[in-house]
Design a protein around this ligand. Sequence first.
Ligand SMILES: [Zn+2]
Length: 294
Amino acid sequence: MKDRLSKWLIVGLTSLLLLHPARANDPNPAQKSMGLLRKTTLALLQEGNERFVCGALKHPNTDQSHRSLAALEGQEPFVTVLSCSDSRVPVELIFDRGVGEIFTVRVAGNVADTDEIATIEYGVGHLHTPVVIVMGHSRCGAVTAVVKDVELEGLLPQLVDNIKPAAELAKHEGGEESVVIANAIKANVWQSISDLLRRSAIVRTEIEAGGVNVIGAIYNLETGTVDWLGEHPDQKNILGTYKPEGKPVATIPDAVAPHGPAPGFQIPNAPVKKSPSVASAEHSENSEHSAHAH
Ligand SMILES: [Zn+2]
């Protein structure tokens, strides 16, 4: 059976270690391995997005031989992504990745309610993806509907209930409607991450152990680019507030439970940051193909 960690480490080591030779005071091997996996994951996604933006898709690992191999040996995704169901946000295309590489959860408004969190727990706990990305997108209809207080039918109110705290926060901040919607979309990414961290002891435990990073992102429909937001700005406080077994140390106000913001939750004012510098796309792709060939 292939070893997923080894496979992605091959990619990481060949694309990154050569650029950063080991030093005597480096972290221990386990920490270094996970750090490399995370850098490799972000590098692969950023490189794929750059190909998507400039119309140079490679469609890696989508041929018959790869599909057959994946079918026989099982899935070994290297990232879990929670994104919106919007048909303009095709995750594998946006990152130009192939079959069995991205464990994807798509739901209107990229909310993190029970089923979404459980699916992410499978990606983290069973498939051991070193990164979870919660990705909102510009012009999100679900978030816009909540900001505009659109009356929704059927079961939709139960879904958008998850978005309301972010929408209310953005409206409280004020500004033109387009600004409020953009702020709500960003706040909704933080809300979903906050809901995930507060409700999932599995994810919290993996973060504390250094096994996974949860990162926010926003996809721009017009340009095709992805803005990387980094970790939740209040992650440390959230992890400190909720014990691994899932019970909060502090009391959650009834008015905001179970979907309300975590203590200290607010729209961060920090500017959007790009992901860490990555190895060249050519080198990583070549290394990756050689890894898959074995
Ligand atoms: Zn959307």
